[in-house]
Design a binder for this molecule. Structure first.
Ligand SMILES: Cc1ncc(COP(=O)(O)O)c(C=O)c1O
Length: 445
């Protein structure tokens, strides 16, 4: 299908939109405008085809332009465009929660709906604190995140997050009582590991040090991404997540997995918790939940957490938290249609089938000029480049731009190129991504 070219925007037409996580001035001087998408591809406003190697922004797991989602959304809009979920309900919200519980890790069968990953994270942190209070441990309010973690941009998520640029200018506005585990990235020991690195499980023991410092009785929860995405794909060393789980169990601390990018098939199982055989107490999701078609997030909770909060007089609200658009009917319709596609096409496990080919393909970049590491798991990969002296991120940004010019959309963070294609990807498209990346890196100073 050919895209109909759209008129380009004039410089003044680009002014008003203050773009998120974007170098606005650089972008507006040289805009990269997408107009249409289908399957594995985008088309730019001038009709150029671009292969999507990042599922939009880690969300379009079933590929673009899925007709079933469009139809479900259209039908829902025609039937009931909005219904409140405060003291009211509508059937497909309950249907969706049940469908999600059925694919969730063991026991995670209570679902709270949000509109984004950031909202899911702040919701999970609040549930953790409320849970302890409901059990008579109201002094457990401290939260533990991890260096290089990304948990969105709300004040809670920013505070437990560990990416310096997201934090440094908001220093004194952070949620108090937060500490951080060390990150687990260590190229000295683990560069070019295939799949999970074997060195580094001991980093989890740092949680014991933080417990010794603050006392377990003050700590509500530990939040980590099973695989960090935004900081440049950091994989958990073998045994690391299990060890975190053990330490949390021993100290009555809740473990939260932020699965906003790893959820919905990215690792080869519905959730990374299942790939790594470690179950959390709370799990945050968004992105792939609706294939990116309508904003929606969901927090999964172990039933014991929900039950602990179902206290007090029956007519009292148990948790003073929620969003006008929690379980928005249009988002629910999109999510149900998305789950149908995932199940019908086996997409929640397809990454596991493709992973060996993916791994071989991305590791072929080893030995290419500038490449200092390649990391992979499921249908995720990162290619780390050495930084230009005094200009961190500049080389990878150039690579990102040139890949786009040559028809492949990748994602750059620091000097890392991250890849997370739609789960419908075919082998020839994997080859195309890796060939383009190899050529571009070779051609970049
Ligand atoms: C692990 C993780 N948590 C939370 C978020 C925030 O999600 P959103 O941008 O939908 O608020 C992201 C976004 O990339 C993420 O990767």
């Amino acid at each position: 299908m050919n895209a109909q070219p759209k008129p380009a925007l004039s410089p003044t037409e680009l002014d008003a939109f203050w773009m998120p996580f974007t170098a606005n001035r650089q972008f507006k001087a040289n805009p990269r405008l997408l107009a249409r998408a289908d399957g594995m591809r985008y088309w730019t406003v001038d009709g150029r085809e671009v292969l999507d190697a990042v599922a939009g922004l880690w969300c379009v797991n079933a590929g673009h332009g899925r007709r079933e989602i469009t139809e479900a959304v259209t039908q829902q809009l025609n039937t009931m465009e909005f219904a409140p979920t405060f003291q009211m309900g509508h059937p497909i919200a309950f249907e969706l929660a049940n469908r999600l519980a059925a694919i969730a890790p063991p026991g995670m069968d209570r679902v709270f709906f949000t509109n984004s990953g950031s909202e899911s994270v702040d919701t999970a942190l609040k549930i953790a604190i409320a849970y302890h209070r409901a059990r008579g441990a109201g002094q457990r309010t401290r939260l533990i995140g991890r260096e290089k973690g990304y948990h969105g941009v709300g004040f809670g998520g920013m505070s437990v997050g560990g990416m310096v640029n997201n934090r440094k200018i908001f220093g004194s506005s952070m949620v108090p009582g937060v500490d951080h585990l060390p990150h687990t990235l260590d190229l000295g020991h683990n560069a070019f590991s295939r799949g999970l690195p074997h060195w580094g499980a001991h980093f989890a023991n740092e949680l014991e040090r933080l417990i010794a410092l603050h006392d377990a009785s003050t700590i509500a929860a530990v939040i980590v991404e099973p695989i960090s995405g935004s900081a440049g794909v950091i994989l958990p060393p073998v045994g690391y997540l299990k060890r975190l789980r053990e330490i949390c169990d021993k100290n009555d601390i809740l473990l939260i997995f932020d699965e906003v990018i790893t959820g919905f098939g990215r690792t080869g199982k519905p959730f990374a918790a299942q790939s790594f055989d470690v179950t959390a107490d709370l799990m945050t999701t968004a992105k792939g939940l609706t294939n990116g078609a309508v904003p929606m997030g969901a927090v999964f909770a172990q039933r014991k957490i929900y039950d602990a909060l179902m206290q007090g007089p029956e007519n009292a609200i148990e948790l003073f938290h929620g969003y006008t658009y929690s379980a928005h009917p249009v988002a629910c319709a999109a999510a149900l249609a998305t789950l149908d596609i995932y199940e019908r096409e086996g997409l929640l496990t397809r990454a596991a089938t493709l992973a060996p080919k993916w791994e071989d393909a991305v590791h072929s970049l080893r030995g290419t000029k500038h490449v200092i590491d390649v990391r992979n798991y499921g249908l995720i990969a990162a290619v780390e480049l050495d930084s230009r002296a005094g200009k961190p991120g500049a080389r990878a940004f150039d690579v990102f731009l040139k890949c786009f010019e040559r028809g492949v959309m990748v994602r750059q963070t620091g000097d890392v190129i991250a890849l997370s294609p739609p789960l419908i990807i075919e082998e020839k498209q994997i080859a195309r991504i890796v060939e383009t990346l190899t050529e571009v890196i070779r051609d970049t100073d």
